[in-house]
Design a protein around this ligand. Structure first.
Ligand code: 5GP
Ligand code: ZN
Length: 113
């Protein structure tokens, strides 16, 4: 997906502040953070939304959550708490059509929605 911004970040074609990467997952700081800690955890594989995750790809979701939990520890926010968000589709506000898990922390977060 050469015109997908998150695929291009994963490929190293667009710079990002990368905080974690392995052969399946990459995580980086959000360019327009809404909280003091705002990370994106994404699969390298181009999957458009969480609704497009096939049974075969389900382990990717677990890996994304595992990386998010580890990053919450390394960011020093695990104890106070954090929020993991996956937006899906128009009404959720999903802007980037590549599956991503937001890790939000560092301030008291308001109610959802
Ligand atoms: P969504 O609204 O799709 O759930 O979230 C997309 C997120 O990606 C937003 O928080 C936005 O700030 C972030 N974002 C969009 N483009 C870029 C980019 O080029 N680099 C980084 N680091 N974050 C981006
Ligand atoms: Zn992509």
């Amino acid at each position: 997906m050469e015109d997908c911004i998150f695929c291009r970040i994963a490929a190293g074609e667009i710079p990002a502040n990368i905080v974690y990467q392995d052969d399946r997952i990459i995580a980086f700081r959000d360019i327009n953070p809404v909280s003091p800690t705002h990370l994106q955890i994404i699969p390298r594989k181009h999957i458009v939304t969480v609704a497009d995750v096939s049974d075969a790809d389900l382990p990717i979701i677990g890996e994304m959550v595992k990386v998010a939990n580890r990053l919450a520890m390394s960011e020093g926010v695990a104890e106070k708490g954090y929020r993991l968000v996956i937006n899906c589709g128009k009404e959720s506000g999903q802007e980037v059509p590549h599956l991503h898990l937001h890790l939000l922390a560092g301030r008291r977060l308001g109610r959802m929605g």
